[in-house]
Design a protein. Structure first.
Length: 256
């Protein structure tokens, strides 16, 4: 079975079918892009995968386990992290604290377990040290060391997007869902983002699901691409295959 698979995923909001029988598989350590016009169901797919929505029908499988129906929290713990289309950070907190908070929520040690002594230090104290080290490494990976103590709300938008990515990575996910990471970035920031995502996949063996409006970035990074239109999957394949697909050309360029 595939590392990650979605089968017949359907999501209805009242009379609106936001996702209509969507299926795809993602291999480990690959990048899978989801593209499609506004309102085509991309973010809804992420919301179904990470447990924000309970899908109306269909299943999500991760490493041989069915995870659809699980809570958001449980799915995160299982190794799936995400970023949001609209930045969701603690604006008044520093970059490093945003990462530490993300990690804490994820990996809290029970109180009694935390007080147990290991080599003269409590487990909680030792965990805290380890957490700091891991978080520092991620700050360096994403070139955020220079703004580690700055309140996030003071940072330029493009940098905040990077902090969000870092926070998701701080949870040490196996699968990372990234929703519109390049939104609001200039051309240079976008190029850097592409290089970064490629490196993360290679260095951390990370599997990435990427929603991206900027087609060059989405296609350039992806091993495989899924195209949605009005909630329906209209094409799937390598970037080359998808680019030539008549339905895709029609969806993007219109009938004219
Ligand atoms: N919680 C919700 N309740 C009702 N309708 C919703 C909800 N979430 C999304 N929708 C609707 O579902 C459809 C798909 O929305 P979604 O946000 O998944 O699109 P998208 O492909 O991410 O679009 P965009 O590119 O603009 O981000 C839209 O018509 C949207 O209005
Ligand atoms: Mg969206």
């Amino acid at each position: 079975m595939a590392f990650f698979a979605v089968e017949g995923l359907t999501m209805r909001f009242g009379g609106l079918t936001a996702l209509d029988n969507v299926s795809f598989e993602v291999e480990r350590a690959t990048i899978f892009s989801v593209i499609g016009p506004n309102g085509s169901g991309k973010s809804t797919a992420f919301n179904c995968i990470n447990g924000i929505h309970r899908p109306t029908a269909g299943e999500v499988h991760f490493e041989g386990e069915r995870i659809s129906g699980w809570s958001c929290h449980h799915i995160a713990r299982r190794g799936i992290a995400r970023t949001f289309q609209n930045i969701e950070l603690f604006g008044n907190e520093s970059t490093i604290d945003n990462l530490m908070l993300g990690r804490h929520q994820h990996m809290t040690t029970g109180v009694w377990q935390g007080l147990a002594m290991v080599n003269g230090r409590t487990k909680a104290a030792r965990d805290e040290g380890e957490n700091r080290e891991r978080v520092q490494h991620i700050l360096e990976l994403l070139d955020l060391d220079g703004v580690r103590e700055r309140p996030v709300r003071e940072l330029p938008y493009g940098t905040q997007k990077r902090v969000e990515l870092a926070r998701a990575l701080a949870m040490e996910p196996k699968l990372l869902l990234v929703d519109e990471p390049s939104a609001g970035m200039n051309a240079q920031e976008r190029t850097e983002l592409g290089e970064r995502l490629g490196r993360l996949r290679a260095d951390l063996d990370l599997t990435i699901l990427l929603i991206e409006h900027h087609l060059q970035l989405a296609m350039g990074l992806a091993d495989r691409v899924l195209v949605l239109n009005f909630g329906k999957p209209i094409a799937q394949g390598t970037p080359e295959e998808v680019r030539r697909h008549p339905e895709v050309i029609k969806a993007y360029l219109g009938d004219g």
